[in-house]
Write a new protein. Sequence first.
Length: 172
Amino acid sequence: MIRQLARHRVLTLRAAVVLALLPLLLVQAAPSQTRQAQSIDENVAALVRKTLNTGTEQQAFADLESLGCPAVPAIIKQMDDRRKLPAPHISLKNKSSHSLEGMRNYAPEQVVDALAAILNQITGQDFGFIYNGATDQERTKAIRGWRNFLKNTPAKLRCRNASTIHLGVSNA
């Protein structure tokens, strides 16, 4: 009987220790995902800053595009950036199978215009054709469309239409 009580206490103590440590274990697992998202956010923010320098602007656009689908949320977070671009030009490889030209060329006036073009390139979605500049109202509408897209589209479906670029067709 004493052995059974002792064994029961040991098992109870082990269970209590496991339960006490469980939140710590869960917290340890979550930061790696948080750190990864934070790293992408920081990388995107740094690349957006580089778009404001004539010498690094075009490479920054290419680097933003190369981050691909995992960077879509971070790029959308940067879309409130209305700073003027130093050289209003962006060229993106035309992925459409119906294209006549190898490159898509735009003249974005502000950071937000270029980010919308890059997001269209990555996802195949379009929430307002602002890639060549636009009014503040058109930009605000496009930003709202991208934020709704992020909120309402599961991550695994965000880039499924990337090979079918919707040029100038609004999905908003």
